[in-house]
Unconditional design. Sequence first.
Length: 95
Amino acid sequence: LVGGAGGLQAACPSDQQCQVLPVGARPCGGPASYLAWSTAATSGADLQALADRNRSEQQAGKARSGMVSDCRAIAPPAAACRAGACQLIDAVSAQ
């Protein structure tokens, strides 16, 4: 998704611009991972459309292949501005 996002930027002046986007699809449901992104540099609607398309493609591919997983839930992280770029952080430490 990141490579296909065509110049996805995570540059930020503060934590308020940092958001978390679930990406991909796990065989049992839920996202495969999360991406930190910046509202200061990226269109949320465009990014969400890319993520939706990516998730659909992954779900279809995993259904065709019969792929399974441990069905473990992945807790969503938070995002924070660190050194001028949005980065994923543990949600507990963000509180």
